[in-house]
Design a protein around this ligand. Structure first.
Ligand code: UDX
Length: 442
């Protein structure tokens, strides 16, 4: 099929490349000309395992193109996928200005009957609004249908999630239009769920809100575990075996971040408010999450005393492993709190250092190895469970730090190894390993 994807952010780019990979003829459009030049030269602006190779292959194969011209992008197309961002307004609602301007471009430039499908996360009712907007401006003889098709890609495994996802949701008012979108995805071999448009829009928000709820729930249980002497890892494993609960998204830590959960949970609270429903459960989920990184800092202060003037390392900055994305990262909250408390902070991340520099500027020392970050420090915080951090030999904390005190926000190590190697080790939802430290100098 002849497909155009509007927006080459995370979702748009991965979708465009994967659709080209299965043989569709894909054009991706973005207003950012620098980005378009970069993509046409075969370089991916985001870090995503496997994406760049697939991008180059399909550019060379001729079924993938990038442009910033609406005239070229919307000419003779069968399907147009809108995948532009819906950032957060100051009141937490979704900002739909990019959706509106793309819809206007589509209406002005289409030359055929076309199906427009919205992949961006949008408040319930937006697909209907876009349909009205396009219909009021398009050439009168062309029929345009709008189909909702939310995405469920996770950063770091977006290609796998596209080809082997749990489901593809298609919400349509017109059966035939929905069938065409079903055909578009038929090479992916992923179960299809067909619904009306508004249910499809709601599925996206409800999914993300539920997953965020699972995380805040397990984090609350972790806090109680610490106080009653239980172990959150065992508790999570025990409850996760119940198929009705499921074993995923029960990893306690310093909370969720990223471009979706924080934004979408707030947007759903706002959406509920618009129809006069106070979504108290989700409000609590957000509140618990906002407080989660601070709890770890408080635990550190209770043991170490004031952090002012202390040499502190922070390992892991991305909002989760396998991405350089720092948006709403819980580690970033740690970093900012540490800077504000007057600590002398050195940070390490295997790939997010460049992005970190844009946010943290000159306030911290950037280190390209864990050894460098922790050498001579008095306290280490772990913010992201990168593989190299999890596999870092715990005895090196004792060897390189002035005082081996590790506050682990992602439970990377076992309590047994902390005891064995005489590390002061405080994690989430588990007993603290506190022992006299031989070389402690304060
Ligand atoms: C999420 C959804 O999973 C995806 O379906 C949606 O389309 C976009 O948002 P993503 O933001 O890439 O994907 O990350 P995800 O893997 O879901 O993790 C989100 C955050 O939750 C991360 O900060 C992660 O560290 C945290 N998390 C996840 C936990 O703290 N504990 C867990 O058990 C799982």
């Amino acid at each position: 099929m002849k497909v155009t994807v509007a927006g080459t952010g995370y979702v748009g780019l991965v979708t465009g490349v994967c659709l080209a990979e299965v043989g569709h003829e894909v054009i991706c459009i973005d207003l950012d000309e620098i980005k378009i030049r970069m993509l046409n030269s075969g370089a991916s602006p985001i870090y995503e395992p496997g994406l760049e190779d697939m991008l180059v292959k399909n550019l060379e194969g001729g079924n993938l193109r990038f442009t910033s011209s609406p005239k070229l992008a919307y000419n003779q197309r069968e399907v147009i996928i809108i995948a532009v961002g819906t950032p957060e307004n100051p009141d937490g609602s979704a900002n739909l200005s990019y959706i509106d301007s793309v819809s206007q471009d589509i209406a002005e430039h289409i030359t055929e009957e076309v199906i427009v499908t919205i992949k961006s996360t949008v408040p319930v009712g937006t697909n209907d609004r876009v349909k009205e907007l396009i219909n009021s401006r398009k050439p009168p003889h062309l029929q345009v249908e709008v189909v909702s098709n939310p995405e469920f890609l996770r950063e770091g495994s977006a290609i796998k999630d596209t080809f082997e996802g749990d489901r593809i949701v298609i919400g349509s008012a017109n059966q035939q239009a929905g069938d065409i979108i079903e055909d578009l995805y038929s090479p992916f071999k992923v179960p299809i769920v067909r619904t009306d448009i508004r249910s499809s829009e709601m599925i996206k928000y409800a999914s993300n809100a539920f997953l965020a709820t699972k995380i805040s729930f397990i984090n609350e249980i972790a806090t109680i575990c610490e106080k009653v002497g239980a172990n959150i890892e065992d508790v999570a494993a025990g409850i996760g075996l119940d198929k009705r609960i499921g074993n995923q998204f029960l990893q306690a830590g310093i909370g969720y971040g990223g471009s979706c959960f924080p934004k979408d949970t707030k947007a759903l609270v706002q959406l509920a408010g618009n129809v006069k429903h106070k979504f108290e459960l989700l409000e609590s989920v957000i509140k618990v999450n906002n407080n989660q990184p601070r709890l770890l800092i408080e635990k550190a202060k209770a043991i170490v005393g004031e952090l002012k003037g202390r040499r502190v390392a922070l390992l892991g900055l991305a909002f989760k492993p396998n991405t350089d994305d720092m948006r709403e990262s819980a580690s970033l909250v740690l970093a900012k709190e540490l800077i504000e408390s007057g600590s002398i902070v050195s940070v390490y991340d295997p790939i997010a250092l460049e992005n970190a520099r844009k946010v943290l500027g000159d306030c911290v020392k950037y280190c390209t190895s864990i050894d460098e970050a922790i050498r001579g420090t008095e306290v280490t915080f772990i913010g992201t469970e990168w593989k190299d951090i999890k596999e870092y030999p715990i005895n090196r904390f004792k060897k390189l730090m002035d005082t081996p005190r590790v506050f682990d926000g992602r439970n990377c190590y076992s309590l047994e190894e902390a005891v064995e190697h005489e590390i002061n080790y405080v994690s989430i939802g588990r007993e603290s390993v506190l022992q006299p430290i031989a070389n402690q100098n304060d």
